[in-house]
Design a protein around this ligand. Structure first.
Ligand code: SF4
Ligand code: MG
Length: 324
């Protein structure tokens, strides 16, 4: 089975006064057609940047400095701007944290939906209108025929993000990149909107890259998960295996930290210390200063990915080669 998306040793750099910052360092993972891949990690781990690289929206002076991104077998990390824009609207949809960044306040949601549909699909105005109303219905907007003529400000936050989901799916993309799609919403509607995103994408066979800092969301939503730390992927695998048998000590720490429902959701991490800044990533394993299982080699040698059951983890604990 061919992957829909392959991110292959992706490196993203930012120039800074103190030299070059490596914001993504050899990031690799893939997404199969129709699969929901979660990307989880603390703020600053590189999750959003990875998403931005895939949809061609890294802000200069940041740049892709190495590796490749392939979509449907075709390289997309070096596409000219206008080709990337076409690909983004047509084959890769995007959903951001704040629904207002995706919606134009001056146009009705119906107009925005039908315009997006007609840019990418050969449809008449009437057909596009029908499709738009069907999408609003599918995303759980009550009275979609009336809502078609409403402006974004006439929707609640949760309903607005449903409109954004409809918009992201308007051109029948094969992949949707969703970056913290519910973080800006009321806690009371977050779970509903995530469940809706998953259901609608599964129905359409659309793959999802779901970026979140919330391991609970990953557990409920994703088929596989990639765990990021300090600009690197430290573990990737099927969600059940990563959650129940984490192979990387950092993932194990995150797992010990799934908040119970009655606890403060911001207190995610129970690992001592903090993730390093990008200009101070430790040598060897970037996690070694915080790792309860660190060995001498961890301070000097950067771990490679090892297969651990059905998952893979960048950790020397899984080195069976006999090297020390
Ligand atoms: Fe800990 Fe070493 Fe594994 Fe890094 S490589 S997570 S420091 S045991
Ligand atoms: Mg982010």
């Amino acid at each position: 089975p061919t992957a829909l998306l392959e991110v292959d040793r992706l490196r993203v750099e930012f120039p800074s006064r103190r030299g070059t910052l490596v914001a993504l360092d050899e990031v690799s993972f893939s997404i199969a057609p129709g699969e929901v891949l979660g990307v989880v990690g603390e703020s600053g781990a590189g999750k959003s940047l990875t998403g931005a690289a895939i949809i061609g929206l890294i802000e200069p002076p940041g740049r892709i400095a190495g590796g490749e991104i392939r979509f449907d077998g075709r390289r997309i990390d070096n596409l000219p701007h206008d080709e990337m824009r076409k690909l983004r609207g047509r084959h890769i949809g995007a959903i951001f944290q704040d629904p207002l960044t995706s919606l134009n306040p001056l146009y009705t949601v119906g107009r925005q939906l039908t315009e997006t549909i007609r840019v990418h699909l050969p449809m008449s105005e009437a057909q596009a209108r029908q499709r738009a109303i069907a999408l609003l219905q599918e995303t759980g907007i009550p009275a979609p025929e009336q809502r078609f003529d409403h402006y974004p400000h006439q929707f609640s936050g949760g309903m607005r993000q449903r409109v954004v989901i409809a918009l992201a799916l308007a051109a029948q993309p094969r992949l949707v990149v969703a970056d913290e799609p519910t973080t800006a919403l009321d806690v009371s509607v977050q779970a509903q909107v995530i469940a809706l995103l998953k259901r609608v994408c599964k129905e359409h066979g659309t793959a999802v890259m779901l970026i979140t800092h919330d391991m609970g969301v990953i557990a409920e939503t994703c088929d596989r998960v990639a765990v990021m730390y300090a600009g690197r992927v430290v573990e990737v695998g099927p969600v059940q295996s990563v959650i129940h048998e984490p192979a990387h000590p950092y993932t194990a720490g995150l797992m010990g930290a799934i908040p119970a429902l009655d606890q403060d959701r911001d207190r995610l991490l129970q690992i001592d210390g903090a993730m390093p800044r990008l200009d101070a990533v430790p040598p060897g394993c970037a996690f070694h200063p915080r790792c309860p299982q660190a060995m001498p080699r961890c301070r000097v040698e950067r771990p490679v990915m090892f297969a651990v059951g059905r998952a893979q983890a960048a950790c020397w604990l899984h080195d069976r080669s006999g090297a020390t």
